[in-house]
Design a protein around this ligand. Structure first.
Ligand code: URA
Length: 423
C-alpha cells in the first residue's frame, strides 16, 4: 500500500477500500504518512465525501488507533455530551457539573479551539492552576470524587484523531461531514460512555451552515454511536447568533459561573437545561430536575469540587485582557442580527483562537456583546467590546465584524429563532 494511491483514489472520486482506510489511518498515526500527505487526503475527502460504510470504517480505524476506556467500575450511569462547535458555546462548563449534581457521572473529554470556534479546554485553562491533561487514573479519581470531569483525551485515546484534528484546523479541512462525524464519534466511542447527547450546531457560526447538512451530520453520528452500543441522541440547535454574551476563554468561564450561580443569559440557561434533560433521560434518570440543581447551588458545588480536583482555584480572579475597544450602536432601534461567524472570527483574530497548531491562546481575549437580537439599543451606547493583549489586532477584528450586526430603527419588535431547532 502507498499513500499516493490512496490520495488518488479519493481525488478521483473513488471509494476507499477497508484495507486502504485501515492502512492510511494507522500509517498516519505512526508517522509513516506525512502531514502534507494526510492534509491532501483530508482535502480530497472534504471535496468528494465518503459513503456511510467508508465513514464507519474510518471511525473504527480511528478508535483502533488507540486504547478504549472503561467506566464499568463507577456506581453511577455515565452520560456525555458533545457539541459540533460554535461561537460562545460554553455550555459544557455549566452542563457537566449540573448533570453530575443530578446523579449521572459525566466523563467529558473535550477539545481545543478549532478554526473560529472556541474549545472547552482553552476556556478552562484560563482558570489559574487548572490542568487539562490527566492520566486515566486521575480522570477516574476526579469522576469518582466530583461526579464530573472535563479534560483532554489522553494520548492513548484515538491518537489518529488527535493528529488529524490539529492538522485539519490549519488546512481548511474542518467542514466535512465524514471528517467531523468520525472525529467526534471515534473519541466518544473509545471513551466508553454509556450514553451521548450531541449538540449539532446549525448556522453561520457552525461548521454546518444549513439544516439539511446538520441533519445529515446528526444522522451519521447517531448511526455510528448506535452501531457501537452507545445510546445516542442529537439536538439541532441554532448557531446563526453566538451563544450568550461573550466569546473568548476567560470571558466564557465568567459567564458559565454566572449560570451556575443561578443567573446568566437566558439562551445559555435554556440550552444547558435542554441538554441536561436529554443527558439524564439517556442515562436512565428521567425524573431528575436540573432546574432545581441550578437554583439550589448543588451544580455550583460540583463545579467547585471539579475545578479544585484538577488543580484550579474556583475563587481565583480570572485573567482579563490588557486592552479594550468599544464599538457603539450606530442608531437607536432593535438589534435584529448578530452574525455568529463574524463574531467568532473577530474573537479568533483578537487571540482567543490559533492561527497555527503550535500557537497558544490568550486567556483574556475575545468579544463581548451588550445586547442580543430582539433587544433595543441606543445610538452611541456600547454594542460590542473587543478584548486583547495585542492591540495591533483591533483593526483585523473590526474588519471581521463589518456587517456583523443590524440595528433597525423602524422595528417595533423582533423574535429571534428558537435555540433548539429539532431533535
Ligand atoms: N469537534 C471534533 O471533535 N471534531 C471535529 O471535527 C469538529 C468538532
Amino acid at each position: 500500500m502507498d499513500v499516493i494511491s490512496v490520495i488518488r483514489t479519493k481525488r478521483d472520486r473513488g471509494r476507499l477500500s477497508d484495507e486502504q482506510i485501515d492502512w492510511v489511518v494507522d500509517a498516519y498515526t505512526r508517522g509513516a504518512v506525512a502531514d502534507e500527505q494526510m492534509s491532501s487526503l483530508a482535502m480530497a475527502i472534504l471535496l468528494n465525501g465518503m459513503d456511510r460504510a467508508e465513514i464507519a470504517r474510518w471511525t473504527a480505524a480511528m478508535i483502533d488507533s488507540g486504547e478504549r476506556m472503561d467506566f464499568s467500575s463507577l456506581s453511577r450511569p455515565t452520560a456525555d455530551k458533545h457539541s459540533t462547535g460554535g461561537v460562545g458555546d460554553k455550555i459544557t462548563l455549566p452542563l457537566a457539573p449540573l448533570v453530575a449534581a443530578c446523579g449521572a457521572a459525566v466523563p467529558q473529554l473535550s477539545g481545543r479551539g478549532l478554526g473560529h470556534t472556541g474549545g472547552t479546554l482553552d476556556k478552562l485553562e484560563s482558570v489559574p492552576g487548572w490542568r487539562a491533561s490527566l492520566s486515566n487514573e486521575e480522570m477516574l479519581a476526579v469522576l469518582d470524587d466530583a461526579g464530573a470531569v472535563i479534560c483532554a483525551a489522553g494520548d492513548g485515546l484515538a491518537p489518529a484523531d488527535k493528529k488529524l484534528y490539529a492538522l485539519r484546523d490549519v488546512t481548511g479541512t474542518v467542514e466535512s461531514i465524514p471528517l467531523i462525524a468520525s472525529s467526534i464519534m471515534s473519541k466518544k466511542i473509545a471513551e466508553g460512555t454509556g450514553s451521548l447527547v450531541l449538540d449539532v450546531k446549525v448556522g453561520s457560526g457552525a461548521f454546518m451552515k444549513s439544516l439539511e447538512d446538520a441533519r445529515e451530520l446528526a444522522a451519521t453520528m447517531v448511526g455510528l454511536g448506535t452501531d457501537h452500543g452507545v445510546r445516542t441522541v442529537a439536538l439541532l440547535t441554532d448557531m446563526s447568533v453566538p451563544l450568550g454574551l461573550t466569546a473568548g476563554n476567560a470571558l466564557e468561564v465568567r459567564e458559565s459561573v454566572e449560570v451556575l450561580a443561578g443567573g446568566g443569559p437566558a439562551d445559555v440557561v435554556d440550552l444547558t437545561l435542554a441538554l441536561a434533560r436529554e443527558m439524564l433521560a439517556a442515562a436512565g434518570l428521567p425524573d431528575a430536575d436540573p432546574a432545581k440543581a441550578l437554583a439550589d447551588g448543588s451544580a455550583m458545588d460540583v463545579w467547585r469540587r471539579m475545578i479544585r480536583a484538577q488543580g484550579g482555584d474556583p475563587d481565583a480572579v480570572l485573567p482579563t485582557a490588557r486592552e479594550r475597544q468599544v464599538i457603539v450602536a450606530p442608531a437607536t432601534g432593535v438589534l435584529t442580527a448578530l452574525d455568529a461567524y463574524k463574531v467568532g472570527v473577530a474573537a479568533w483574530r483578537l487571540g482567543a483562537g490559533r492561527a497555527r497548531k503550535e500557537d497558544s491562546v490568550q486567556a483574556g481575549a475575545g468579544v463581548e456583546w451588550h445586547a442580543r437580537p430582539g433587544q433595543r439599543v441606543q445610538e452611541g451606547a456600547p454594542l460590542l467590546t473587543l478584548h486583547t493583549d495585542t492591540p495591533e489586532k483591533f483593526p483585523y477584528a473590526t474588519e471581521a465584524l463589518e456587517g456583523a450586526f443590524t440595528v433597525d430603527p423602524a422595528a417595533a419588535a423582533f423574535d429571534p429563532a428558537p435555540i433548539v431547532l429539532d431533535r
